[in-house]
Every structure is written in structure tokens, then in C-alpha cells.
Design a protein around this ligand. Structure first.
Ligand code: ZN
Length: 208
């Protein structure tokens, strides 16, 4: 490829050439009907493969359904008692009300009790709950619920900061607004403990 040459994949990215699953084919048929009802020109070459692309995209973006993601936890043998915080975990989710993206950053912290967990596992819990039809409020509660149930910490706190395309592109038409939700448990009801986490937060999450 020469420098400056624009490379275009007319059928989408190369990995989209994989065979669609029967479910993806059925979803694509309904997306085609939806586009037709919306008056879109299905004869437009840019739209002809769109139903299957949409079917694949939603299949991927909603792949996290299921129950509570399990984390492998370990006994806190060192007796670690300071706050453990993961700041600015980027996430991308789909709002349950409009099936449009909302995205931003999650900040997750806990005060260890008898059990601890690998930090990547906390990020994976965020990811698992993001990849389903969600409300930001429910996602916040679900993340802290999984931490409290599986780690039994002395306290936990979860903050989500996100932009919602359903509020920015339509409806309220408020571009760039960040919605913040939080949930606290145990020791984080104390102002001193909560402030320790809040002091770590960026003024604007990097993913938003
Ligand atoms: Zn929405």
C-alpha cells in the first residue's frame, strides 16, 4: 500500500468475513425489515450489507449477558488493609432504553477484608456488566454487588462517569454532558474514607 492511499474494506473489516451464526442471520433479516420501514434505500451499496453488520455488532456489544461474573479471590494472608482502587477503567455499554451507546470510565475501590482479588478481575467485572442492555444506575449497583458478595470487604465504592448518546444526539440534545452515578458500602459511608478515593479521580474521565 502506497503512503497516503486510503484503504477501504467495502464489506466491512476483514474479520467480518467470518460466517454469520444462524442467530446473526435471523437478526439481520429483522434489521433489514426495520431499515425498510424507516424508508432507507436498501439498494444503496453502502447499506446493502448493513443488516448483517448491525446484527454482528449488537451480538458482540451485548455478549455479556448472564448472571454475576465470578472473580477468583484469594485469602488476604498479608493482612493488607489499605484501600485498593482501580481508577479510570474505560467501558462501553448500550442503554437499555434506546439501544444506543453510553460510555465512559468506572472507578472501583474496596477496603480488603479476609479476601483480595487480582485487579484485572475487577476490570473484567465492569466489562461483563457493560456488555448488556444497561442503565448506568443498575450497572453501578451490579458492580458493587458483585464485589461485596464475592470479597466481603470492609467497604466498597463504585463511581461511573459516562456520556449517553441517547441524550447527546437526540432528546435532550446535550452534547458532552457527563452523568455520574455512585454506590457505597460499609466503611465508605465515612467521609474520610470516601475522600481518599475522590482525591484520586481525574477531573474528567479519560474515556469520555
Ligand atoms: Zn437511552
Amino acid at each position: 500500500m502506497r503512503a497516503g492511499e486510503l484503504r477501504v474494506y467495502p464489506g466491512g473489516e476483514p474479520d467480518e468475513e467470518r460466517r454469520p451464526t444462524p442467530k446473526q442471520r435471523r437478526v439481520a433479516e429483522r434489521v433489514r425489515a426495520l431499515m425498510d420501514e424507516l424508508g432507507l434505500d436498501l439498494g444503496d451499496p453502502d447499506l446493502s450489507e448493513t443488516p448483517l453488520r448491525v446484527a454482528r455488532a449488537y451480538d458482540e456489544m451485548l455478549a455479556g449477558r448472564g448472571g454475576e461474573p465470578r472473580m477468583r479471590t484469594f485469602p488476604n494472608t498479608e493482612g493488607y488493609s489499605e484501600m485498593v482502587a482501580l481508577i479510570d477503567i474505560p467501558f462501553y455499554s448500550i442503554c437499555a432504553h434506546h439501544l444506543l451507546p453510553f460510555f465512559g470510565a468506572a472507578h472501583v475501590a474496596y477496603l480488603p477484608g479476609d479476601r483480595i482479588v487480582g485487579l484485572s478481575k475487577l476490570a473484567r467485572v465492569v466489562e461483563a456488566y457493560a456488555r448488556r442492555p444497561q442503565t448506568q444506575e443498575r450497572m453501578t449497583e451490579q458492580i458493587i454487588g458483585a464485589i461485596v458478595r464475592q470479597l466481603r470487604p470492609k467497604g466498597a465504592m463504585v463511581i461511573l462517569q459516562a456520556r449517553h448518546l441517547c441524550m447527546e444526539m437526540r432528546g435532550a440534545n446535550k452534547p458532552g454532558v457527563i452523568t455520574t452515578t455512585s454506590a457505597i458500602n460499609g466503611a465508605f459511608v465515612e467521609d474520610r474514607v470516601r475522600q481518599e478515593l475522590l482525591a484520586l479521580l481525574p477531573s474528567r474521565p479519560s474515556a469520555a
